[in-house]
Design a protein around this ligand. Structure first.
Ligand SMILES: *[C@@H]1O[C@H](CO)[C@@H](O)[C@H](O)[C@H]1NC(C)=O
Ligand SMILES: *[C@@H]1O[C@H](CO)[C@@H](O)[C@H](O)[C@H]1NC(C)=O
Ligand SMILES: *[C@@H]1O[C@H](CO)[C@@H](O)[C@H](O)[C@H]1NC(C)=O
Length: 362
């Protein structure tokens, strides 16, 4: 494994030169000895680089380490296997926008960028291995990664998608329906230990049965909602089941609900009701006295999804909402499907139990 240093500006310069070349799907190679590209390689006529991700996508959970495979080889095979290639990884976020640099490596030197700094390494277990090893996966690391291998003027790329396993949940402003601008939506998701869901994540949860009749923001600035059981107030009987799309909306002007996404949980969520039910202030106190804090909505969903948390008592959460998680539906515990049930945002003097969150498992 090669650790990235932070000081190799030359690498960056080098890649900038090659970046503009439209060579991605381009199989021809140069014989031009007069190309003044500072190329110290002897042009190797007839030899081509091939790059292959070996798989189309990788699934992981938040906080885990992941390896994005990428291998390259020469055809015909080279007699001297120790050529110095440049490997560059870049990333197209699932939320759209521009491709950004992840890391660049030449030989044993490498450099990582931005939010990836210190989190990525090139694996290089065997000749031709250009896999990217990434630690501490974050919710917003999903998207399409490009592995680019450059040897002299040969320049080949391949793509691999990184997806997180997790759960999408609809979220509404405490004062009611359709009150969140795009930025407000981004903020409430973050406050609830989650991020704006991507379209892929919403589609996946629709396939898993999410049926929600309020439109919500997604990470790409579109507004959509998933319907598995068509009905009149949700686009009508005439429309097939599917994810309904209002398209891109004005980020500041328009207001909707939001779909948040969360993934695995490091700590533990548990229900607490020491001796009687509590108002919101008292609930915060008992979690605190237990060495914990009131759980966030995303933490409750993650505990429900990944730990099978099932508890048929409504409890306060950090945002002032009252909910409870059911994985084994039964009588008097809400609808017949598993889910996190919500009582919305009751007045803070109402009395309930509480869901607490401790960051370390005990
Ligand atoms: C991820 O990799 C780092 C560095 O190799 C290691 O210290 C850590 O324990 C790994 N984390 C997990 C969850 O495997
Ligand atoms: C992704 O999430 C991390 C941690 O929540 C944050 O620090 C970072 O700024 C985010 N990156 C982007 C591009 O939004
Ligand atoms: C909760 O009850 C305590 C008394 O036990 C009271 O001091 C506090 O103001 C109440 N808080 C709310 C939000 O009603």
């Amino acid at each position: 494994m090669i650790r990235c240093l932070q000081t190799l500006l030359l690498l960056l310069l080098g890649t900038r030169l090659t970046q503009s070349a439209p060579t991605i799907q381009n199989n021809f190679f140069y014989h031009d000895l007069f190309d003044g590209n500072g190329n110290r390689e002897i042009p190797f006529s007839g030899v081509r680089i091939h790059v292959d991700p070996t798989q189309a996508s990788v699934f992981a959970v938040r906080g885990s380490n992941v390896t994005l495979p990428c291998r390259f080889w020469y055809e015909p095979e080279l007699s001297s296997p120790t050529r110095e290639v440049r490997v560059k990884w870049s990333w197209l976020p699932a939320s759209g926008g521009q491709e950004v640099d992840v890391m660049v490596a030449i030989g044993s030197r490498c450099r990582s960028f931005g939010n990836f700094r210190g989190r990525v390494q090139l694996r290089r277990d065997v000749p031709g291995d250009a896999a990217l090893f990434m630690t501490e996966l974050q919710l917003n690391d999903t998207g399409r990664y490009r592995c680019e291998v450059v040897d002299g003027l040969e320049d080949k790329s391949t793509f691999i998608d990184l997806e997180l396993r997790g759960v999408v949940f609809p979220y509404q402003h405490p004062r009611g329906r359709y009150l969140l601008s795009f930025l407000g939506a981004q903020q409430v998701c973050e406050e609830q230990d989650s991020s704006l869901a991507t379209f892929t994540q919403l589609l996946q949860s629709w396939k898993e049965g999410l049926n929600w009749c309020n439109a919500g923001w997604l990470a790409d600035g579109t507004v959509q909602y998933p319907i598995t059981r068509p009905r009149v107030p949700c686009g009508g009987h005439g429309l097939a089941a599917g994810v309904r799309n209002y398209g891109r909306r004005r980020l500041h002007l328009h207001h909707y609900d939001v779909f948040c996404f969360t993934s695995s949980l490091r700590g533990r969520v548990y229900y607490l009701q020491p001796y009687r039910k509590m108002n919101l202030t008292e609930a915060q106190q008992v979690c605190h006295e237990d060495g914990a804090e009131v759980a966030k909505v995303g933490q409750l969903y993650a505990a429900w999804q990944f730990r099978g948390l099932d508890h048929c008592d409504a409890g306060w959460l950090a945002d002032g909402s009252v909910r409870y998680p059911i994985t084994r539906p039964r009588k008097n515990c809400g609808p017949s499907e598993p889910g996190v049930r919500s009582f919305g945002f009751p007045p803070p003097q109402h009395k309930h139990g509480v869901y607490c969150y401790k960051s370390v498992d005990e």
